[in-house]
Design a protein around this ligand. Structure first.
Ligand code: UFG
Length: 339
């Protein structure tokens, strides 16, 4: 099948392209290179032996999007990653986030609805659950008011899909709500390339260990958790990527019970910040320089997934452990710094 991957040179996008190509799909990537690099194509080629088609395109340019879809009417499915994802930045630049994440989604859907095959996978996030009342978090957990414009764009994105599916039964969509994707491809040919100072825990850890940052700040150790630090569900990015292939197969095989479905993508296991640090220290065989500081505003205390729905309906389950993810993240960090 021919699959369009928007944002296909980004972190989760590039790993998904690898898994799609491993399954024999023909991939076309659109990316505006705002948070990625053309070098990622080389990494994908090294792993799979196939160079995907690539067009540099900013999805905000509506007429270019229209032109792209006119030239690619034989697309069988779209996986839509292209979006901005920095929570803090979204607070400072809300209009940019709404334009970049919501307007572009609308443009892509408008063109998709002109095609024969209208299969669509949306990158959503566990952020839609906020501080959930019950753990592990199932897909039935209520959606909480968004903590940031970024989080709001994910909620709005899901609403747009739901409303569009109601009126257009040819449109078949799945939203995947990721928990905390981490790690890198185990070949170290592709991985995360955070711009500037990382906001996320794992790249901050690996950059500290490699000497790029002086010290990791652990945001709070007085939460009501096993060791006082926040709990998250860290999932290997290759597992996340494979979930997209399973979701797409469900659409291709017409297996949906409703044309808008959501699935949690996590491991089902919650790890504290200190456990992540311990895992890193174990696999890298070194001590990490860290200190405990005040809580970070907006952090939920605990979030980990109930993955029963994805396991049973998508036939997908996570395979990699936290140690696997930390080792792959560490190998990747060392590779890019020693280039
Ligand atoms: N943390 C630190 N120090 C750091 C960075 C993070 O202690 O330097 C802690 C955070 O306080 C949190 C945990 O590590 O307890 C994980 O933080 P991340 O920033 O890596 O991940 P979040 O769970 O906060 O954010 C992720 C995604 C967002 C998404 C959000 C939904 O990065 O895109 O989950 O909850 F919106």
């Amino acid at each position: 099948m021919k699959v369009l991957v928007t944002g296909g040179l980004g972190y989760i996008g590039s790993h998904t392209v690898v898994e799609l190509q491993n399954e024999g799909h023909v991939v076309v990537i659109i990316d505006d290179l705002s948070n990625s690099s053309k070098d990622v194509l080389k990494g994908i080629t090294k792993i799979t032996g196939v160079t995907p088609q690539f067009e540099e395109l900013d999805l905000k340019e509506k007429y270019k999007v229209q032109d792209f879809f006119k030239r690619h009417q034989d697309i069988d499915g779209v996986i839509h990653f292209a979006a901005s994802k920095a929570v803090g930045e979204s607070v400072d630049k809300p209009l940019f986030y709404y334009e970049n994440n919501v307007t572009t989604l609308i443009y892509v859907l408008q063109e998709l609805q002109k095609l024969k095959c209208q299969n669509f996978i949306f990158s959503s996030s566990c952020t839609v659950y906020g501080e959930a009342d019950k753990l592990p978090i199932s897909e039935n957990s209520p959606i909480k008011p968004a903590e940031s414009p970024y989080g709001n764009t994910k909620q709005i994105g899901e609403e747009i899909l739901k409303d569009s599916c109601q009126i257009n039964l040819d449109l078949k969509t799945i939203a995947l709500r990721y928990f905390n994707p981490t790690g890198a491809h185990n070949s170290s040919h592709i991985g995360e390339l955070p711009q500037g100072v990382p906001q996320n825990l794992v790249p901050y850890i690996t950059q500290t260990a490699v000497g790029l940052r002086e010290q990791l700040s652990v945001f709070g150790n007085d939460y009501d958790t096993k060791d006082g630090t926040c709990i998250r569900d860290y999932i290997h990015v290759t597992d996340v990527a494979k979930a997209h292939v399973c979701a797409l197969n469900r659409l291709f095989k017409n297996q949906q019970s409703h044309n808008f479905e959501v699935f949690n993508i996590g491991t089902g296991k919650g790890s504290s910040v200190l456990e992540v640090i311990q895992s890193f220290e174990r696999v890298s065989d070194q001590k990490l320089n860290y200190k405990i500081v005040d809580r970070r505003q907006g952090d939920v205390i605990s979030a980990f997934a109930d993955t029963t729905k994805a396991n049973t309906i998508l036939g997908w389950e996570s395979k990699y452990s936290l140690d696997n993810a930390m080792l792959d993240a560490w190998n990747w960090e060392q590779k890019i710094r020693n280039k």
